[in-house]
Design a protein around this ligand. Structure first.
Ligand SMILES: [Zn+2]
Length: 169
């Protein structure tokens, strides 16, 4: 099932999400739906609050469904270490059509649980490190625009408000 993606401006995106406690068939179904929703939107990552579900859960696939091994489910993820820096364009399915150069660590290690509840740690570099940070922050109610200059952030917010007023958001 493909969920509608919640856009910036809705409260669920800006509040901390609840820990995943139950690892059952409902969670498996939700994860499958999140992958389906992410692929349909051509995203490389999706966090549960982006479909209106305030759970500490996200899915990532930087291969864009090309490599089954690239599929990652992170339940209750925590970034445990970061290294160096990168500055690349970043976007978010909840802020469609807005992209900006966003500073992120070049490498990031994340500890999380998989869909069955098993704990694991993995390290990503480049786009994957970016995805770990971006998606984990969603679960704390934080969006990538938080990392931009005030000027840039306010400019994006202003444009979003205009689109809202015009009924185009
Ligand atoms: Zn996002």
């Amino acid at each position: 099932m493909i969920y509608p993606i919640v856009k910036y401006g809705q409260a669920v995106l800006e509040r901390p999400a609840q820990p995943v406690k139950e690892f059952n068939s409902d969670l498996e179904k939700l994860v499958a739906d999140m992958f389906e929703t992410m692929y349909a939107a051509n995203g490389v990552g999706l966090a549960a609050p982006q479909i209106g579900i305030s759970l500490r859960l996200c899915v990532i696939d930087i291969s864009g469904s090309q490599d089954p091994q690239a599929k990652l489910v992170l339940a209750n993820p925590v970034i445990i270490s970061t290294e160096a820096e990168q500055m690349e364009e970043e976007g978010c399915l909840s802020l469609p059509d807005f992209r900006a150069k966003t500073p992120r660590p070049l490498r990031a290690s994340v500890r999380a649980q998989d869909v069955s509840g098993k704990e694991f740690t993995t390290t990503g570099e480049g786009l994957l490190a970016r995805a770990f940070c971006h998606e984990t922050e969603h679960l704390d109610g934080k969006l990538f625009i938080h990392h931009l200059s005030r000027l840039k952030r306010e400019s994006i917010k202003r444009k979003v408000r205009k689109l809202m007023k015009a009924g185009e958001w």
